[in-house]
Design a binder for this molecule. Structure first.
Ligand code: GLA
Length: 399
């Protein structure tokens, strides 16, 4: 295996998805769209609490080739996993009627119709270099790329400004929550549709507003590594929903709409009886504060402080929120031992990926250290990516 895992170029993505479309449907697509996966710098499990998070879009993208049909049918084909196809009436794509990959790939068609868009029948092929099940939002990348394509074919170009992109991100969240049945917050879709290259996206989940935070690591001699532990994770399972439910219950107990409103963490904890719920709340409230501090530290180039905040975030996710796992803890520990400025699990947890902020000069040593530590523990070999903050989804070939 090569030392570093690369993302596809857009040219390679277009070639792949067009080939897939031609093989499946014997015709040329009308257009090609792409949308990226994401990695979150800090602010984990805060989005569904009205909090702050700070994702960057990855260079890894999902590519969608689509053609409009004259009837109301949909045909889906994907190169994901082993490659699969599905066809049916547009109306069959609805909550409870489709599951698994069809829900993710077709879900936006249902959510757009709910939002009043006259979605045409369509044929779609989907190819992706966003690692699957790695906590890098491969599902949001699919939804957002399909969402962009469908709005475009429906003649509704809401992607031209951030307001329209925020609307489309919400539509894709609805597809994920209601069609795929994963009770996620809005961070992933916002990152995939609203991020800018060279920037981190400061997302305020209370009102959906965003700020583009310059994140030029190269000039600072730094790199962001994404360590895919290969421990597969799934958000549709009960753990994520259980965390979300205990936050909602704590908010009710504290008589606040969301945990974002908690400003005095000690006073709030004193009002909660349950020890586990207290720890969940402590994570959320302190994590939201860490996002603000991280943005301030990054703004003045204080990367030592930024790294410390990442480490504190990991400890909080591991001990208070209890969403880490041995693979993530080993990766984070090894990255720090090998000289990373900071490291933490990223995304929903229970497997998936960690990130490490490193000096460029120590990137190789950190990648090596992480792999050696996994091997010493008998764990799967992690795959390490270099993450350049990249652009949001877009149309690559106009219909
Ligand atoms: C997953 C969800 C997001 C967010 C993160 C945790 O990625 O899809 O909405 O809740 O977990 O920060």
């Amino acid at each position: 295996m090569s030392e570093w895992q690369q993302s596809w170029t857009d040219a390679a993505g277009i070639r792949s998805v067009r080939g897939l479309f031609r093989d499946a449907f014997g015709a040329e697509p009308h257009g090609v769209w792409a949308s990226p996966g994401r990695v979150n710098l800090i602010g984990e499990h805060t989005d569904y609490n009205g909090g702050l998070c700070l994702p960057v879009a990855l260079p890894h993208r999902t590519y969608v080739a689509m053609a409009r049909r004259t009837d109301r049918r949909a045909r889906l084909t994907t190169g994901l996993e082993d490659g699969r196809t599905w066809s049916g009436d547009l109306k069959e794509i609805a909550p409870g009627s489709v599951d698994d990959w069809v829900a993710y790939c077709g879900g936006p068609a249902w959510a757009l119709r709910q939002a009043g868009v006259d979605v045409p029948g369509f044929d779609v092929a989907i190819s992706s270099c966003v690692p699957l099940g790695a906590g890098l939002s491969s599902s949001a990348a699919v939804e957002c790329a399909v969402g962009l394509a469908l709005t475009h074919l429906a003649g509704c170009r809401r992607d031209r400004d951030d307001t329209g992109r925020a609307w489309l991100a919400d539509v894709c969240v609805r597809a994920e929550n209601e069609v795929a049945g994963a009770p996620t917050g809005g961070m992933d879709q916002a990152a995939s549709l609203r991020a800018q290259a060279g920037h981190a996206l400061l997302l305020d989940c209370l009102d959906g507003s965003v700020e583009q935070i310059p994140f030029g690591l190269e000039a600072a001699g730094l790199e962001l590594l994404v360590i895919d532990t290969q421990a597969s994770h799934s958000l549709a399972d009960g753990q994520y929903g259980a965390r979300r439910a205990s936050c909602d219950a704590a908010a009710r107990e504290l008589s606040v709409a969301t945990l974002r409103e908690v400003t005095d963490v000690d006073a709030a904890l004193a009002r909660l009886d349950d020890e586990v719920v207290r720890r969940r709340v402590r994570h959320v409230v302190t994590e939201i504060a860490r996002v603000t501090e991280f943005v301030a530290a990054a703004g003045i180039g204080d990367w030592t402080r930024a790294g410390q905040l990442m480490n504190a975030s990991h400890r909080s996710l591991r001990d208070d929120y209890e969403v880490s796992c041995v693979e993530l803890d080993v990766a984070v520990g090894a990255a720090l031992d090998a000289g990373a400025l900071g490291a933490r699990m990223t995304g929903g947890g229970f497997g998936g990926s960690a990130i490490a902020l490193v000096r460029s000069s120590s990137a190789d040593a950190v990648a090596r250290g992480v792999r050696q530590a996994a091997a010493a523990r008998g764990l799967a070999a992690p795959v390490v990516h270099r993450a350049t903050p990249s652009a949001a989804g877009e149309c690559l070939i106009e219909p």
